[in-house]
Design a protein around this ligand. Structure first.
Ligand code: M6R
Length: 608
């Protein structure tokens, strides 16, 4: 799970590639590396850590070149180390490879090559690609790559250079995205076109099994048997978005603060108050098709999955359509049953999450229509689904999803409203729902205004090592999301549970040092939640509640309360989540962790 970039042309290739790598750092930041060829000699430089480290090292070297490939890594096979960083070389050091994906049969290939005397240097699956190509190379570079490809199983996007072919880069893709940017007498390649958008907007995307031979003058694409393929180039229209932290110490904090605006953007021109319904733009489904939907399958991972759980609850409650919410990485291996009139909704901030893409492709092949909810225009999801709805949250740089989550909730609420109004919800109820949606930006702003008291609470609780996040109904998935946030940025053991499940086992872990963050904004289950909290209190557990202003009893039960503005149960995850984001952020801050780029993670998970 990594980002690859390549350039060939008259600019300073190392600079262009380094720039591109910075743009792709969301795909991993364990190590970075670069290879180039100058005067027939192959140069490779790698650093553990971020692209900025690599940049400093490359500057010191003072190399100049018109061709380069680069890589930013999220470690899958082998620890993050200089040795395991890409580019990888064949053992004669003639060719260099950068790879995004996983070669599943790497061990078999490695053993086969070792038997033939090839000496491996790293612990990675990716080195087998370089070694295989090196082994198969008999003077024809393109042919060597083409012969290697069918031997490799798994997902990959690769770029390869060979010191005997200093004027070309060969690349190929199988299940991982690869865009080739076409400039004037210069060519680019990258896992994500964002890496080269400032230079060119004309691009082609490689499909599975295609191989491309790129020179300064253009690109030739071939099928697996090297038959030439004519490919139409696309004009990429999405905006280049440059973002800075502004006055904030972290992107995450800035993105939390952006939520009143991002929620406003998600709502903009997407409802008709007069008719009490949603008017989602550019939906490629007719009202008749939506009316015929009999079952919905929601696919997502991580935070997006939590948004999916909340949406599932909402669509069932308001539209009475059965919804199955699935973790993509599980669903893709279930051999799903798809009946007529099934709609799949894939949710992904990045639109690049490998498991979600694979699950949605599986459903697509079985005849389901796919609606994609994502934040990134031009992403693989946006290009592949039958219809996209964009979150309009703007670039989210912090690894922890914040504003994209609340935007997902808002857009999914609109979708639930649309389905509900096509079925049983009255116009009056629709208007009431819209009025509650309209209040969200202001309510989120109110929560942000109590960030200082939340930071004080964080000081009180930051040393705890065991947290429970509990909720019921709409607050259950909200609790899961709160726990995920604390885990990923503060490195604290935080377990999200349905509050009613505690007595079935987990309550054994409650004692005077454990902290329970209690999400109390679901009015329907509020009395039950209070009983569950009494059970925790009876076992001396500490309780920090997030509750709607004016809620009864909670002050007598919890040690501390963060008050949030009341709203409909279905919309209450929004303000509660913002409070939980601020709490996690402040705890992480107290604990001194690396908030925007936490250890072991990447913003976009492009491998299984
Ligand atoms: O881009 P996606 O929404 O598909 O990403 C899914 C997860 O990787 C992501 O939500 C992850 O869980 C977040 N880092 C959590 O904050």
């Amino acid at each position: 799970m990594c980002g690859i970039v390549g350039y060939i042309g008259s600019r300073e290739a190392l600079t262009v590639v380094l720039e591109g790598l910075h743009k792709l750092e969301y795909r991993g930041y364990d190590s970075a590396g670069i290879a180039s060829i100058e005067k027939g000699e192959l140069f490779v430089y790698k650093e553990v850590g971020k692209v900025a480290q690599l940049e400093k090292g490359v500057e010191r070297k003072g190399w100049k070149s018109h061709l380069a490939i680069g890589h930013t890594r999220w470690a899958t096979h082998g620890i993050p180390s200089e040795k395991n960083a890409h580019p990888h070389l064949d053992d004669k050091k003639r060719c260099a490879v950068v790879h995004n994906g996983i070669i599943e049969n790497y061990d078999a290939i490695r053993r086969l090559l070792e038997k033939r005397g090839v000496v491996f240097q790293t612990d990675t699956d990716s080195e087998t690609i370089a070694q295989l190509i090196g082994f198969l190379y008999k003077g024809n570079f393109l042919r060597a790559v083409q012969r290697a490809l069918p031997l490799m199983q798994g997902a990959f996007a690769i770029a390869v250079v060979h010191h005997e072919q200093p004027g070309e880069i060969i690349c190929a893709a199988q299940g991982s995205p690869l865009a080739i940017g076409m400039g004037q007498e210069e060519m680019f390649l990258a896992s994500d076109a964002a890496a080269f958008l400032r230079y060119t907007r004309r691009a082609i995307y490689l499909r599975d099994s295609e191989v491309a031979q790129i020179t300064q003058h253009g690109v030739e694409v071939f099928a697996a048997d090297l038959t030439p393929i004519e490919k139409e180039s696309e004009d990429l229209t999405h905006a280049i978005e440059e973002v800075t932290k502004g006055d904030f110490q972290h992107f995450m904090l800035k993105e939390i603060h952006e939520q009143p605006q991002s929620i406003q953007n998600a709502l903009l021109a997407r409802f008709s108050k007069e008719y009490g319904t949603a008017t989602l733009d550019n939906l490629n489904f007719s009202d008749q098709e939506l009316q015929q939907v009999e079952r919905i399958v929601i696919l997502a991972c991580g935070t997006s999955y939590h948004a999916g759980l909340i949406a599932g609850q909402m669509i069932e409650e308001y539209a009475r359509i059965p919804v199955q919410v699935e973790i993509s990485s599980e669903y893709r291996y279930k051999n799903p049953i798809v009946r007529d009139h099934t709609l799949a909704i894939a949710i992904s901030q990045s639109g690049e999450t490998a498991d979600t893409l694979a699950a949605m492709r599986e459903l697509h092949e079985k005849g389901a229509k796919i609606m994609g909810l994502c934040n990134v225009q031009g992403s693989t999801m946006a290009r592949e689904v039958d219809s996209s709805i964009f979150l309009r949250a703007g670039p989210e740089i912090g690894v922890a999803a914040t504003k994209s989550f609340t935007s997902q909730l808002v857009v999914l609420s609109l979708l639930a409203l649309k389905f509900a109004r096509m079925r049983q919800m009255s116009a009056q109820e629709g208007i009431h729902f819209i009025e509650a949606l309209e209040k969200l930006p202001q309510q989120v702003q109110q929560v942000i205004q109590v960030k200082n008291p939340i930071a004080m609470l964080a000081k009180k609780y930051a040393a705890a090592e065991h947290f429970f996040f509990l909720g019921r109904r709409y607050m259950f998935a909200t609790a899961l999301e709160g726990a995920l946030k604390l885990k990923e940025i503060a490195y604290v053991n935080a377990n999200g549970y349905a509050a009613g499940e505690m007595k079935h086992g987990p309550i054994a872990l409650i004692h005077e040092t454990s902290v329970t963050v209690a999400f109390c904004c679901d009015s329907f289950t509020y009395p039950k939640m209070m009983s569950n909290l009494m059970e925790i209190k009876a076992r001396a557990g500490r309780i920090l509640a997030i509750a709607p202003e004016g809620a009864p009893d909670i002050e007598g039960i919890a040690d501390d309360v963060i008050w949030v503005p009341p709203t409909l149960d279905a919309l209450s995850p929004v303000a509660s989540s913002v409070a939980a984001q601020l709490l996690s952020y402040s705890i992480a801050f107290e604990r001194g962790t690396e908030i925007d780029q936490p250890r072991n993670l990447a913003k976009s998970v492009t491998v299984e």
